[in-house]
Design a binder for this molecule. Structure first.
Ligand SMILES: [Zn+2]
Length: 444
């Protein structure tokens, strides 16, 4: 039976082993802001690389972009965020607590202080963070921290078409930070005011959008399965007509079964020509595309895939977490990361730190570090060193022992099965490469 994964266990493991720390903790911490530690940053970067490779390298009709966080403020008028991107809030006049009006029963007493009839009228509160660009703080200098990365792609549509010879259908992919002044932030790194998105806008001919929408639903769910995520913890959820965002014709979420329940991981949205149409209107610059297959000219329709990177980190951690009871009754903590996202790929250890074994292990480290993230560890009993590597999700360990001096071979130990095989040093790098390529996740 698989061990239950709780948020408390994940938060504790993340702090203990250096995946995620609370922001500015020495000052008491900043509410719902988190920092990625030495292992966390590697995990996050690897997930990002996995996505980027999937979208740009494995789809030859998608190109990349990296737009600035701050954009011309007109962008957000055109996108509808100035007008529509808000939550209704109420304040308690007694204790000054603030609530989402749609999250509490306004006829009941204040959940914080228990007084009745102390709520203000609901007011719309825009979720965009604003600041001022330049030395003066007048209304003309207001800029926003982008609440989504998508608009950086839309405003560059023409630049990309004119500079890179792409032809519709094609996509533009981008990874970057976005900011939302959420009143309710919770569940560790799941919902935070500062987060990272991995978004792709796919431009298509009007009328072919339904077909491409189905295509991207399939592609995106299979991406998670390629990463080794348990398919039983993934599902689609369709947005009903009342839940559709102002720009969307159709929308599905890919949900994951997090420790706190099913929650959105990624959105797949059919955005029609809403965005390019609005930018054409607000900028006065035409955003049409000349289709040389039939000489027609149109404003393209858009299918968007929008995944949360920081959310993906939490997903990968929750899915990988395992407590395995061994034959001798001992419980080992293990993170069963796919080797392509694991922060450390190979742990390298001499059986003892004498008799020339460390020197051989160091030579192996030097060779493998060219291609893999490696970690050298020579302290403590070998069993304890394996457990430490299991707990941070290192898929392979290489051990140099006394036989190595004779047979020029090492022990390769697998994290998931704990199986150990003898591999000649000369074949080690190629063997690890092939193990990564053919990796399939086993579940206890
Ligand atoms: Zn109150």
């Amino acid at each position: 039976m698989a061990a239950e994964v709780t948020m408390d266990k994940l938060v504790s493991l993340c702090k203990r082993r250096g995946f995620v720390f609370q922001s500015s903790e020495i000052y008491g911490g900043l509410s719902s802001a988190w920092d990625y530690g030495p292992l966390g940053v590697e995990l996050k970067n690897n997930i990002q690389k996995f996505w980027w490779r999937e979208m740009t390298q494995l789809h030859d009709n998608i190109v990349g972009l990296d737009a600035a966080i701050m954009m011309h403020p007109k962008t957000w008028e055109a996108s509808g965020h100035v007008e529509n991107f808000s939550d209704p809030l109420v304040d308690c006049k007694e204790c000054k607590s603030r609530f989402r009006a749609d999250h509490i029963d306004l006829a009941k007493p204040c959940p914080t202080c228990g007084n009745s009839g102390t709520f203000t009228e609901p007011r719309d509160f825009n979720l965009m963070f604003s600041t001022h660009l330049g030395p003066t703080k007048d209304s003309g200098s207001v800029v926003y921290l982008r609440p989504e990365t998508a608009q950086g792609i839309f405003v560059n549509f023409k630049n990309v078409v004119q500079s890179s010879r792409v032809k519709i259908p094609f996509g533009i992919a981008q990874v970057g930070k976005a900011f939302r002044n959420e009143i309710v932030t919770k569940n560790f790194i799941f919902r935070t005011c500062e987060f990272e998105q991995m978004e792709m806008q796919f431009f298509v001919k009007p009328g072919s959008d339904d077909e491409w929408f189905e295509y991207w639903k399939k592609e995106r769910i299979s991406y998670y399965e390629k990463m080794g995520i348990n398919p039983e913890k993934l599902r689609f959820k369709q947005h009903g007509p009342d839940e559709l965002a102002h720009y969307a014709k159709a929308a599905f979420d890919i949900e994951f079964l997090f420790p706190m329940g099913w929650q959105e991981l990624e959105g797949i949205h059919s955005r029609t020509d809403f965005d390019l149409g609005r930018h054409q209107e607000y900028s006065g610059k035409e955003q049409t595309y000349l289709d040389d297959s039939d000489n027609s000219r149109y404003v393209p329709y858009v299918i968007e895939t929008s995944a949360g990177l920081t959310r993906s980190v939490l997903m990968v951690l929750s899915d990988a977490y395992d407590e395995e009871t061994l034959a001798d009754g001992e419980v080992r903590n293990v993170l069963r990361f796919h080797p392509k996202v694991a922060p450390v790929t190979v742990g390298i250890m001499p059986l003892v730190k004498k008799d020339g074994l460390p020197e051989i292990a160091k030579d192996i480290q030097k060779e493998l570090m060219e291609d893999y993230a490696v970690f050298y560890d020579q302290s403590g009993a070998i069993g304890r060193r394996y457990r430490r590597m299991d707990e941070i999700g290192t898929p392979f360990c290489v051990t140099v022992d006394y036989d190595t001096k004779e047979d020029k071979a090492v022990t390769l130990r697998y994290r998931d099965s704990m199986e150990q095989v003898r591999v000649p040093i000369a074949e080690l790098s190629a063997r690890i490469r092939s193990e990564i390529k053919n990796y399939t996740r086993t579940r206890s």
